[in-house]
Design a protein around this ligand. Structure first.
Ligand code: NAD
Ligand code: UDP
Length: 349
């Protein structure tokens, strides 16, 4: 296949900006659509600075069908990587309709615009949250979806919609059937090793790693460790942390797989993107202290509502079918987070 053009929805965001960088470096042409509701154009300016390559940016909302139609008319898109969405679990519990409208309706508008333009290859940002609380702590793709919050349900719904449009094409033996990879991310952390792009959360971070690094740099006084009485070796919660650069490389592997035999008659397949190994909150804190030489002020606090004790990926299918596995270590994740934090104490501001 000749050089592909990839439309990246949500490309200015944390994961999207890292994906744009890897895509440009791998030789793809990149078009971004983002309404900048949770990001800044500066991330894309830096991606172009690092790579020395340019991308095309459309400041638009994926719910705006007319805007998407123009993009598909102006650009010869081969594949869409669909990152655009709202992602805060707590906020989704307070504003469920906003989440369903943005994430589910927005995806439907995008899928319609793709169908209209006969662009039928997609890599979708799903999440380990679609699993809910399965019987085993190591999640396998065939486990049933049972999301326990509105955010997770938006991901499960979009997965179902994509599976159904793909099945319809297979039943109709469509000439150009949908080819879709649903990538279920575990816990992405870290930053590009240039320290020029990274995660820039609005306000006080919800997630562990940005919180720890803001404590380390003195922006926040103290980390609350949410629970030390879980049935885990040190009592704190265990998650499968994955370096954001490893994660976005999984997307490039998925784009390649969409061209291959596995997807040749049209298919919609889910893959876990995780390391297959978990770290506890206290292990993250001590790795941060060891790698950066900073002391993290923390206290043990009550459990956070809705948190599970432990889960991590079974990443075997992604290795077998996409030829993907993580390459970076926890020390890389910490060192790259810290480089981004110290070079950009105010994020992109
Ligand atoms: P992010 O908020 O940094 O990026 C999302 C981007 O989408 C932002 O730039 C935002 O402005 C844009 N956006 C949102 N709604 C839009 C709309 N209607 N139209 C156009 N642009 C819109 O989040 P991220 O961490 O980069 O996550 C990217 C994707 O990965 C999301 O779909 C998220 O749900 C999913 N995901 C993230 C994580 C994680 O921990 N970061 C884990 C699992 C899945
Ligand atoms: N966590 C914590 N303090 C914080 C934020 C998170 O102890 O300020 C814990 C949380 O309880 C979980 C782990 O860190 O065990 C990862 O939480 P995060 O919000 O980063 O990811 P998720 O809950 O989505 O897996």
């Amino acid at each position: 296949m000749n050089k592909q053009t990839i439309l990246v929805t949500g490309g200015a965001g944390y994961i999207g900006s890292h994906a744009c960088l890897e895509l440009l470096q791998a030789g793809f042409d990149v078009v971004v659509v983002d309404n900048l509701c949770n990001s800044k154009y500066e991330s894309l300016a830096r991606v172009q600075q690092i790579t020395g390559k340019t991308l095309k940016f459309y400041p638009a909302d994926i719910r705006d069908k007319a805007a998407l139609t123009v993009i598909f008319q102006e650009q010869a898109i081969d594949t869409v990587i669909h990152f655009a969405g709202l992602k805060a679990v707590g906020e989704s519990c307070q504003q469920p309709l906003r989440y369903f409208e943005n994430n589910v309706y927005g995806s439907i508008v995008l899928i319609e615009a793709m169908q209209q333009a006969n662009v039928k290859q997609m890599v979708f940002s799903s999440s380990a949250t679609v699993y809910g609380e399965p019987p085993s702590t190591q999640y396998v793709e065939h486990f049933p979806m049972a999301a326990v919050n509105p955010y997770g349900r938006t991901k499960a719904m979009v997965e179902d919609i994509l599976r159904d449009v793909s099945t319809a094409d297979q039943l109709a033996q469509a000439e150009n059937p949908w080819k879709i990879a649903l990538l279920r991310y575990f816990n992405p952390i870290g930053a590009h090793d240039s320290g020029l792009i990274g995660e820039d959360p609005n306000g006080i971070p919800n997630n562990l790693m940005p919180y720890v690094s803001q404590v380390a740099i003195g922006k926040l006084a103290q980390l609350s460790v949410f629970g030390d009485d879980y049935p885990t070796p040190d009592g704190t919660g265990i998650r499968d942390y994955i370096h954001v650069v490893d994660l976005v490389k999984g997307h490039i592997k998925a784009i390649t797989a969409l061209q291959g035999d596995l997807f040749s008659g049209g298919a919609c397949k889910a893959y876990n993107l995780g390391a297959g190994k978990g770290y506890s909150v206290l292990e993250i804190v001590s790795a941060f202290e060891r790698v950066t030489g900073q002391t993290i002020n923390y206290k043990i606090a009550p459990r956070r509502a809705g948190d599970l004790a432990e889960f991590f990926a079974d990443p075997a299918l992604a290795l077998k079918e996409l030829g993907w596995q993580v390459e970076k270590s926890l020390d890389d994740m910490v060192a790259d987070t810290w480089a981004w934090q110290t070079k950009n104490p105010q994020g992109y501001n």
